[in-house]
Design a protein around this ligand. Structure first.
Ligand SMILES: C[S@@+](CC[C@H](N)C(=O)[O-])C[C@H]1O[C@@H](n2cnc3c(N)ncnc32)[C@H](O)[C@@H]1O
Length: 293
């Protein structure tokens, strides 16, 4: 008898449950819908549809990868971020929903700058898939952006994601260690840098530590290496009324604020993520301090 969507979904869910995957039913639905190109709604209404042998084989292979703790969107090879479909590769972090809070936080500044100057230059340090910069460019049509990374693989993926989403004309990539190879000033500097302390990386879930690249996670001994490097040179690259938007770890608000205050910046806003943790900081130049110098 031919397999149906319903029978394959149930089999996949049971296999993932047996492997100890917490969101087994949800992951099974996402895998099947992603692999067959069906919406989640279609899965519910077309449960009696037959599934070909070839598709059933692909689904079973994907379910085995998930059972071995590979994340759903790594298996599918892409994920959605801020309404954009982004390809993932070995050198890219899988963009997280919490990072959308950074996009939300700097968007009004990009719009304000475009309203005043007619354009806005954005630099995204450690761009990975290009997620943050591309989300801003998709919403602010007069903005242009550069995504930097140390990973060539990430830069190639970010460039491809720009093409996929019709943004290649306004997006460039640059291989650079933070600001090292960067020239000029920007209206918006954004970054979601690696911020996990080296000593706790081994405690992370296998989905993260075995599948996100180490360079995207490891923030050094105290987790703050990248913020230190960025804070040190940000003044040379920020336009006078520009802003710096940063994603941070849940316990890093004070330390990161102190690093940027020491370089002449002022905390403009701090935003929490969906879980109620400090997640995003926005800085501007501290004009009073600059005048005092
Ligand atoms: C946490 S991931 C963020 C990726 C993407 N911006 C996002 O939010 O999904 C950090 C990124 O910083 C890059 N990176 C690590 N060290 C770097 C360095 N020294 N200079 C530039 N980029 C670096 C990593 O390759 C990775 O793509």
């Amino acid at each position: 008898m031919a397999e149906t969507l319903d029978s394959l979904l149930a089999e996949s869910r049971d296999r993932l449950k047996a492997a100890g995957i917490e969101a087994a039913a949800l992951d099974a639905r996402h895998l099947v819908s992603g692999l067959l190109g069906l919406s989640l709604a279609a899965l519910m209404t077309r449960g009696g549809d037959p599934v070909s042998e070839a598709d059933a084989k692909r689904i079973r292979a994907a379910v085995e990868r998930r059972a071995a703790r590979e994340p759903v969107y790594r298996i599918l090879g892409e994920r959605e971020f801020f309404g954009l479909s982004l390809k993932l590769s070995r050198g890219t972090l899988e963009p997280r929903p919490d990072t959308e809070a950074l996009v939300d936080a700097v968007m009004p500044h990009a719009r304000r700058i475009v309203a005043r100057k007619g354009s806005c230059r954005i630099i995204d340090l450690g761009t990975g898939t290009g997620a943050i910069c591309l989300a801003l460019l998709a919403s602010v049509l007069d903005a242009r952006g550069i995504g930097t990374d140390i990973s060539r693989d990430a830069l190639a993926t970010a460039a491809e994601n720009a093409r996929r989403n019709g943004l290649a004309g306004r997006f460039e990539t640059l291989q650079s260690k933070w600001f090292e190879a960067v020239d000029g000033r920007f209206d918006i500097i954004v970054s979601n840098p690696p911020y996990i302390r080296s000593s706790v990386i081994h405690e992370l879930e296998p989905e993260v530590k075995d599948h996100d690249p180490a360079a995207a996670l490891d923030g050094g001994d105290d987790g703050l290496d990248a913020y230190r490097a960025i804070a040190l040179h940000a003044d040379r690259h920020l336009e006078t009324d520009g802003v710096i938007g940063l994603e941070i770890g849940f316990d890093q608000k004070q330390a990161v604020t102190a690093l940027f205050e020491a370089q002449g910046f002022r905390l403009l806003s701090a935003i929490k993520d969906f879980g109620g943790n400090d997640r995003v900081l926005v800085f501007e130049q501290d004009v009073e301090r600059s005048n005092d110098r």
